[in-house]
Each structure stands twice: as structure tokens, then as C-alpha cells.
Design a protein around this ligand. Sequence first.
Ligand code: AHG
Ligand code: MN
Ligand code: MN
Length: 356
Amino acid sequence: MKDEITKNPLEPTQLLDRDCTTLSRHVLQQLQSFSADAQDLSALMSRIALAAKLISRRLSRAGLVEGVLGFSGDINVQGESVKRMDVYANEVFISVFKQSGLVCRLASEEMEKPYYIPENCPIGRYTLLYDPIDGSSNIDSNLNIGSIFSIRQQEGNDENGEALDLLQSGRKQLAAGYILYGPSTMLVYSIGTGVHSFTLDPSLGEFILSNQNIQVPEHGAVYSVNEGNFWQWDESIRDYIRYVHRHEGYTARYSGALVGDFHRILHEGGVFMYPGTIKKPEGKLRLLYETAPLAFLIEQAGGQASTGTQDILDVVPDQLHTRTPVIIGSKDDVALVKSFIDDRKHEKNPAIATHS
Ligand code: AHG
Ligand code: MN
Ligand code: MN
């Protein structure tokens, strides 16, 4: 008996500290404050976690209950066919912020214009930008999908509802993150004090801290891009792809869900790209609720995010649904892609010049 006690020297309180750091507690610890702003951010994150749990629960019943899988029959503002889960997840985020007193405005991929919760506006000075379901094409195949979020302070009164204060760079984000619905459900967030990940413990209904201060490796083997678009890209992107084909140590991974591909790169290093194409010169991904939040995270993790010519976090959108090309991930790998872009700009032949 005595031996058993010495084998496990941790006091019960230490065990709790190690195993049960919940998300809301973590936010307060990060801010080292119980100020009103800190309490707001903690409450905002708790509501996002609630949305994540509701979406995760519904996804886990797909195929068992009616109305989860398949298309809704609508086309969204992006011209894309909407899935039932897109609609459900979009509404979940709205409903968790109703009567919260926190969020005055929500803007998402699925809504042409921002959605206002007027009763919150006198006190709730925050805007939530979100992609309710990222990687919608994976839903019906039971593959990984995600949600992406970003929180900004509302500036001005926005009396005519034009939300012009949102047309500012990603440096204005107070917090950003994503939820990954994979074999387990994870929430990864930053409030500008590093990147931290949590895993949903379904038996507790709580997100429990998994990893703190995640740093992306400076280089990784993975390149993640839809090579089906090869002939639609600029020649400089084709130069980069030819380079990785011809050199050892690279491997392709592309899941069709940005959140999943990004999550892998955050941990293992490498680069994710969605460059401009002939049909979509600005690429496919949207700045305010896809690329800017992930750029916020990757910079916090020591990586980089670029359009090819500009840091993503410096891009000022001209519309709510503005798209940007994106190259995001490990510093060295993003720099390598950019060097091919620079070479073409300066009309060098990269195969002969810097990269042979
Ligand atoms: P969404 O489902 O929110 O429209 O986003 C899909 C995005 C992103 O998740 C993914 O990386 C990319 O679109 C895949 O697009 P392609 O099929 O064109 O490669
Ligand atoms: Mn998306
Ligand atoms: Mn989406």
C-alpha cells in the first residue's frame, strides 16, 4: 500500500490541473486578468465551444437521423450548392449568440449580408465572422470537416448596416480559430498569446487542453494543393510543383477541407496553397472568415501566410466575401513558393537560376 502511494506522487489537485484545463479557464489564464474584456473573450470562446459541441453532436448522428446529409436545394451567395449541414451550422452559431449580450453582428460564408442581433448591440460590441462548415464536399462521405471563426471589435455604430468597419486588415482580429470534426473534435484558438488546442471529451461535454503554444516546424515535407488545377495556375506555381516533384523529401496531402489540411501542417509543417486560377484569379478561399483567421493562427505559431505578394494579414478586403490566393504554413516552405513567384516576376528561369 505504501509502495503504491510513492509510485503515484501526484496529489489529486495536481492531477486535475494536468488533465482538466477547460477552454474558458484557459482564456482567462492567457489574459492574466478578470477584466471585463477578458471576461467577454472567455464568454465568447465558451459560446463558440457550445456551437462546436452542437455541430459535432449532429455530425455524429449523420446517417442515423433524417435531415443531416445531402443538399438543401439552395445556392449561396458564393454560387455554391448549399448542404443541409451548412444551413444547420450557420444557424447554430446565430442561436448560441442570441441573448448573449456579446455579439451584435455575425457574418458568414452562407449569408450575403451580416446578421444583426439588435438586442445585443447596445452592449455586445463584437462581430463574429465564420465559415460554419468548411470542406462541405466531405460531409456526405463521412470525412473530416471544420468550422472557422474570427472575432473583431465592432467599430462605430454601423447605423446603416453596411459593416464598413469590417473592411480592414486581419491585424484587427482579436481572436481566431477553428474546430476540426475528425475522429475526435478539436478546437484550436489564439487570442494573440500563442496557439492552443483542445479536444472535446464527450463524456464531460468539455473541451480539455491538449497542446499549448503550438509552433509550426520551419519546414515540412507536405505540400497541400489541388493539383487538378495545374493548367489553370500561373506558371510560377507550376514551377514550384515541378520543383517538389523533382526533389526528394516532399509528399502531397490534400483532403478537400482546408481546416484538416491546415491542422496537419500546423503540427507537421509544410505548405497549403490555393492559388488563383484562370476561372478564379483570386482563388477560392475567402479572406474574412477563411484565410485571415488561419493566417492569424499561423503567424502566432511562427509560420507565414501570403497571397504570394503580400502578407494575408495586411490584405484589406473591398467586400465581405472578398477572396484571396493563399500560401500558408512553415516559414521556409512559404518562402520557397514565394521565391518562384518572385523569379517569374523578374523573368528569371527558376529551373536554371536559383532552384535547379
Ligand atoms: P467550403 O466548404 O467552406 O466552401 O470550403 C471549401 C474549401 C476548402 O475547405 C478546401 O480547401 C477547398 O475549398 C477545396 O476546393 P477544391 O475542391 O476546389 O480543391
Ligand atoms: Mn471553407
Ligand atoms: Mn463553408
